[in-house]
Design a protein around this ligand. Structure first.
Ligand code: CA
Length: 434
């Protein structure tokens, strides 16, 4: 496994991925420049429909494994624990150790006793799986053990106009069986997009059927945080009355917390917690702190890792360390008054970050306190922060498998679980070799 990369500084210095073999392909569906005039958006299917794959091209075919790696934490075993998942996007461990998994085309699956149930859980509303849209993230209610409530983010179709979609979050009761109950939306983004004619946009931005965001997270305050992408319409992100390019904060029932930073301010959407994001695709808590960390797809060479702090502006579209797709330089790079710089900016090339996790398990004591960041192009990055907050990519795990890694989480046993966002996606378990 490759290791040791150029030291990078916290506070916004770009990480150079020395030794990377995965250069030359930005590989991100969200990162493609605008192809304009896409085909007619298909009608939204029901969740029960069997859908053909509708995502980006497949990457390297994955062998059945298992694999063994020598790493700084000793010998690792990597094995597939679930396969034949169609673009899995998120997973959530339940108290009984079963695992809920979303498939982006619109299915909710469950692994029980180590086995993927071949039948999807029923009860989802219509979901639009156009391009990179579909069923996204899962969050368990903080009181899940007693109320069995879950939250799912998804791309919601407009029944009247199939050109229009938006990000929404539903809540439902999941009792462990094969059916959701009491399914209802608690949030629907007001930033509908796609009515023709499309607006003129700058900077070579991607198509209007991308950049929904979609990560959701319960904060230590019991509030639900929702990452909404810029819908490839970055001109709207610095406007304060909409949902584009924002991290929103709501109560679990959908109401607006009175201590949100812009409540009562004229011209502001009161759901806003932070603004200035391009496409937030990772939200995670740092254990032992109240910090919410966010990963974000930037433009070419501008992927970011941010600490999300109340009321701050993270710069997009005027300030970014990446380069616009038409090669137009950003107005600002970093250190711009009123804007918060990323902790880390990646690239070029883009790493296309997924949902990270802070490691505090016991299986790999050498890695406690490190951040694991899945990427589409560089494998699973292990990033260490020293006492001064300086970050260094120490290792790239399973990079040689050539898979687009969408999310990583830690099991109760301290093993790492990774999902691959592929047409034939899998769940990988990374554990210490026995
Ligand atoms: Ca930024």
């Amino acid at each position: 496994m490759r290791q040791i990369f150029r030291t990078i500084l916290a506070g916004g210095v770009a990480i150079g991925m020395l030794g990377s073999a995965a250069v030359g392909q930005d590989a991100a569906d969200q990162d493609q420049p605008d192809q304009e005039a896409p085909q007619q958006t298909p009608a939204p299917p029901t969740a029960a429909a069997a859908l053909p794959p509708d995502g980006p091209r497949p990457t390297v075919a994955l062998s059945p494994g298992p694999w063994r790696y020598e790493t700084s934490a000793g010998t690792l075993d990597v094995k597939i624990i679930a396969r034949q998942l169609d673009h899995p996007w998120a997973m959530a461990f339940l108290p009984d150790d079963s695992i809920l998994i979303t498939e982006r085309p619109g299915r909710l699956r469950v692994i029980r006793n180590g086995r993927l149930d071949p039948v999807a859980i029923a009860g989802l509303p219509p979901i639009n799986p156009t391009q990179i849209g579909g069923l996204y993230d899962i969050a368990l209610d903080p009181d899940f053990a007693s109320n069995r409530r879950i939250y799912l983010s998804y791309v919601k179709p407009d029944e009247q106009n199939h050109d229009q979609t938006t990000l929404a979050v539903m809540s439902a009761i999941y009792d462990g069986g094969m059916m959701l109950r009491d399914v209802k939306d608690v949030f629907v983004a007001d930033a509908w997009y796609g009515a023709r004619p499309w607006p003129q946009r700058c900077c070579g931005q991607g198509p209007g059927y991308g950049s929904w965001g979609g990560r959701i997270l319960f904060g230590p305050d019991g509030k639900l945080y929702i990452g909404v992408g810029d819908r490839n319409y970055g001109e709207m992100v610095q406007q304060t009355d909409n949902d584009f390019g924002k991290i929103l904060r709501i109560n679990p029932d959908g109401s607006i917390p009175s201590d949100n930073p812009f409540v009562g301010r004229a011209g502001w959407n009161p759901q806003i917690w932070t603004l200035g994001h391009r496409n937030p695709l990772g939200l995670t808590l740092r254990p032992g702190t109240d910090e919410i960390w966010e990963s974000e797809f930037g433009p070419r060479g501008g992927d970011e890792l941010n600490i999300i702090e109340k009321g701050r502006n993270y710069g997009w579209i005027t300030v970014t360390q990446g380069q616009h797709y038409n090669n137009q330089p950003a107005e600002g790079i970093r250190g711009v008054a009123g804007m918060t710089d990323p902790v880390i900016a990646f690239g070029p090339p883009s790493v296309n970050p997924g949902n990270p996790v802070w490691y505090y398990g016991t299986m790999f004591p050498q890695w406690r306190g490190d951040l694991f960041l899945p990427s589409f192009t560089e494998g699973l990055l292990r990033i260490r922060f020293d006492a001064a907050g300086q970050a260094e990519v120490q290792e790239k795990l399973i990079e040689d498998l050539g898979q687009r890694l969408r999310a990583v989480t830690m099991g109760k046993d301290g093993a790492l679980y990774v999902i691959t966002d592929e047409t034939r996606g899998v769940v990988l378990r990374i554990s210490a070799a026995r």
